[in-house]
Design a protein around this ligand. Structure first.
Ligand code: FCB
Length: 440
């Protein structure tokens, strides 16, 4: 597999999933601290209290990145470390951690790609309504402006949000992620304010005259019909509208998709759009981050309003029950290029969860290697068709706190023993290392 020389290979993580040290140096409580401590919300009662202890072991982890040979590291900044009350006075000690991390990355020649929000909202903002409250978007802009200004000489590529669909709908609609609300109207409002906050952050970035590039990362899941029936095909269109177009259209076209907007409006749950919001949301950005794991097979069904259901997979699945479907990545990249391009694309997450076993100090995770290899291959096909794919980050560098599944689900290419914090390279990491060596 020969990829363009300038394709930026990397690995990704997120603050709450790896850092631990949840009360170190003035960090405040986040919605994930609260949610994970609420009995019954996270498998085994796991929390991110210690996670991979990356807060203290970052140097060792950056060394592993250098040994792997990656060129970029995508991580996220914890808002509760940097602006503990969510608004108002920043906490320089919290920012210092990221300065130490940036120093380390710089020494190793690895480009930092920070995400401003990967789901750890300061709990104090949630107490005032969280993303359902429009003020949160303004506070996000202030937090972003502070960070841009502090780090402008150190960071050349920024991601505003990670997967606002998940933050809004899993967090406020289905209740399976923090803050655990189950109110669809609130979820739609939260999604809108997340998008507004993205646009406000982009504006803050422009106002500062920041030299770098900025974009958003969306979780995009191509939808396939369960059958050829017109009902199933209509359900696929709604599924695509809800999952993909609801975020892509505002960001790139400055409008919500009519079909889904009309559904919400008829049900009295339309988003609280104010004048200028769509212009704010669609301010030009420099790239789109794509998180791809699987496709969805969809048919007419019971989900309220959307009248659709997700059907069982056809091909083998990972431990998440996510079907392994590399061609979905190819088609997604092609479609993004055709419908929303031209815009540089980055696969900001792609990877797989399996039941890993340690055999005499080795983790023979062929399944993960095959998964990565087949998805790299799909990406290469898209590149050969002219898609401007500029980077590819494997999820994840380390096994980590997998949200509602706690430590039960391992996505790392590096194994973490959570009792001892010992890191062990899985075979997939060794494969990635030799793959990267072959690309340079
Ligand atoms: C994505 C999240 C990431 C990780 C992977 C498996 O939805 O962005 O934090 O949990 O899924």
């Amino acid at each position: 597999m020969r990829f363009p020389k300038d394709l930026q290979w990397g690995a990704a993580t997120a603050s709450y999933q790896i850092e631990g040290a949840v009360s170190a140096d003035g960090r405040s409580e986040s919605i994930w601290d609260r949610f994970s401590r609420t009995p019954g919300k996270v498998q085994n009662g796991d929390t991110g209290d210690t996670a991979c202890d990356h807060y203290h072991r970052y140097a060792e982890d950056v060394q592993a990145m250098a040994d792997l040979g990656i060129k970029a590291y995508r991580f996220s900044l914890a808002w509760p470390r940097i602006v503990p009350d969510g608004k108002g006075k920043p906490n320089p000690k919290g920012l210092d951690f990221y300065l130490r991390l940036l120093d380390e990355l710089q020494t190793k020649g690895i480009e930092p790609v920070p995400t401003l929000y990967h789901w750890d909202l300061p709990q104090s903002l949630e107490d005032n309504g969280g993303w359902v409250n429009r003020d949160t978007a303004k506070y996000f802009q202030d937090y972003a402006a502070y960070v841009f200004d502090e780090l402008k000489d150190r960071v050349a590529m920024w991601i505003t949000h990670n997967e606002p669909w998940c933050a809004a709908f899993l967090g406020y609609g289905f209740g399976v992620h923090a803050p655990g609300k189950q109110d669809f109207q609130q979820a739609i409002a939260a999604a809108h304010h997340l998008l507004v906050s993205h646009g406000l952050a982009v504006k803050a970035f422009e106002d500062l005259g920041s030299p770098g590039r900025i974009g958003i990362t969306l979780n995009l899941t191509p939808q396939y019909p369960a059958s050829d029936s017109s009902e199933d095909r209509a359900a696929v269109k709604r599924g695509d509208g809800f999952t993909n177009r609801w975020f892509l259209d505002p960001v790139f076209k400055g409008t919500y998709p009519d079909d889904i907007y009309e559904l919400w409006e008829a049900a009295g749950v339309a988003p609280p759009v104010q004048e200028d919001d769509m212009a704010i949301i669609s301010r030009p950005t420099d790239f789109l981050g794509v998180n791809y794991y699987t496709r969805a097979i969809v048919g007419h069904g019971k989900l309220p309003l959307l009248e659709m259901d997700t059907k069982p997979p056809v091909y083998p699945v990972t431990k998440m029950d996510w079907e392994i479907y590399p061609d979905g990545l190819y088609r997604l990249l092609m479609r993004l290029h055709e419908d929303y391009g031209p815009i540089p694309l980055y696969v900001t997450e792609n990877g797989a969860c399996f039941d890993d076993t340690m055999v005499q100090g080795r983790v023979p995770d062929q399944g993960r290697t095959q998964y990565l290899q087949s998805h790299f291959d799909a990406a290469l096909r898209a590149i050969e068709q002219g898609v401007p794919l500029k980077g590819y980050y494997v999820w994840s560098l380390l096994d980590n706190f997998e949200w509602a599944f706690g430590y039960d689900r391992r996505f790392g290419i590096i194994h973490v023993d959570f009792a001892t914090q010992k890191r062990t390279w899985k075979d997939s990491a060794r494969w990635y290392q030799s793959f990267l060596a072959g690309q340079s």
